[in-house]
Design a protein around this ligand. Structure first.
Ligand code: NDP
Length: 339
């Protein structure tokens, strides 16, 4: 319980939590109204909205996966907290969900199948049944697929500057990508005191104007119209070969570290067998309320094909999917009553 919350509000939260925990124990072997897969901003918000609707729910999340916002050095677009680290914001989200009594279980989901009255969710440690499922598993780092990337991952090649960046004070680092992630990584590494170079395949960054300005005012060097061709080294990374896409000239740069920040790919493997509609990039197609083409299956956050992918939109997606799941469950109950 958060020590800062006192008085009647604290009692309200404690009652909710105890009530919800009792509920979890009593329904464990039964069917849930909603199983939410993923405990990032979308999943946790869906959990809060679903529990407010008194649905029987559980959030399952892969304990080995860190929600993407953890990797953001600074989140400057979450209203109310203009300057907060992604890790701190995620801790607040999780705490809020727990205080509301949302049951969260570390359980890697391997597959989701259709069942008689909904879905069967196959976890590594057990099987769960649910009337509805909200997918909120997000996306994972896109690999550059260049020689040396796999070999040196963890030995100079990284995907999260927030995590490994601090080891590169006074070292030479290359950040690949032109989006917000690459921009924030470059700014962080520069601030840490690394000799920072950003490499982007075009002559204009995709990152928002505020990051572009900060980069322009920093000493971060940008190599335009270029990509990484190869990462070389011995025990650790020693150099990177880059290709100028206009001239096709190859240049080998001495380097201590490489951070790949070239976007992400949706984590939708688990619904492969469900005939879910996806867009050409593999993101799950949803309507405005987060409904997929499969009745009872919803998607929220970075895994969905929504054009904007921010923490705030993921949370909004989560809330809408939970409301849509609630409506679905109510309709099913009404239909069952009429029979
Ligand atoms: P994005 O998809 O926005 O950007 C990916 C970048 O990598 C693009 O510049 C793209 O180039 C480049 N790229 C893609 N594939 C390759 C490749 N094979 N080789 C070389 N370059 C490649 O991903 P981000 O991770 O940057 O951002 C994801 C979402 O998260 C965005 O919506 C972003 O706004 C959000 N975000 C928000 C933050 C915040 O501060 N609130 C912080 C970090 C992320 P091109 O531009 O040519 O397509």
């Amino acid at each position: 319980m958060n020590a800062k919350i006192k008085g009647p509000i604290a009692i309200y939260y404690i009652k909710r939590r105890i009530g919800a925990q009792r509920e979890v124990f009593s329904v464990k072997s039964k069917t849930y109204d909603v199983v939410i897969v993923g405990a990032g901003p979308a999943g946790l918000t869906a959990g809060i909205f679903a529990i407010r609707r008194a649905l029987k729910i559980i959030i399952l999340h892969d304990p080995g996966c860190r929600p993407t916002p953890n990797e953001a050095t600074i989140v400057d677009d979450w209203i109310g907290t203009p300057h907060i680290t992604g890790t701190r914001l995620m801790k607040k989200f999780r705490k809020h969900a727990e205080l509301m009594g949302v049951p969260i279980e570390g359980e890697k989901v391997k597959g989701i199948e259709k069942a008689k009255d909904g879905f069967r969710i196959i976890g590594e440690g057990g099987v769960f049944e649910a009337k509805t499922v909200i997918l909120a598993t997000g996306a994972m780092h896109r690999r550059a697929e260049v020689p040396g990337e796999k070999e040196f991952t963890g030995r100079g090649v990284f995907y999260c500057a927030n995590c490994e960046g601090p080891f590169f004070r006074g070292k030479k680092v290359l950040i690949a990508g032109g989006g917000d992630t690459a921009a924030t990584y470059a700014l962080l590494l520069h601030q840490i005191g690394a000799d920072t170079i950003l490499i982007h395949r075009r002559d204009e960054l995709r990152a928002v104007e505020s990051y572009r300005k900060q980069l322009a005012n920093s000493k971060v060097r940008i190599i335009w119209n270029s990509i990484i061709k190869e990462i070389k080294g011995g025990k650790f990374v020693k150099s990177v070969v880059v290709e100028d896409l206009k001239t096709h000239k190859l240049t080998e740069l001495p380097m201590d570290g490489v951070f790949i920040a070239i976007g992400s790919v949706p984590m939708s493997e688990m619904v492969k067998g469900l005939d879910v509609k996806v867009n050409p990039a593999g993101y799950i197609a949803v309507d405005k309320e987060g409904r997929t083409n499969v009745p009872g299956l919803f998607a929220a956050g970075d895994i969905a094909d929504n054009p904007t992918k921010r923490i705030v939109t993921a949370c909004a997606d989560g809330s809408k999917a939970a409301e849509a799941a609630y409506m679905y469950v109510q309709e099913k109950k009404l239909m069952a009553g009429k029979k």
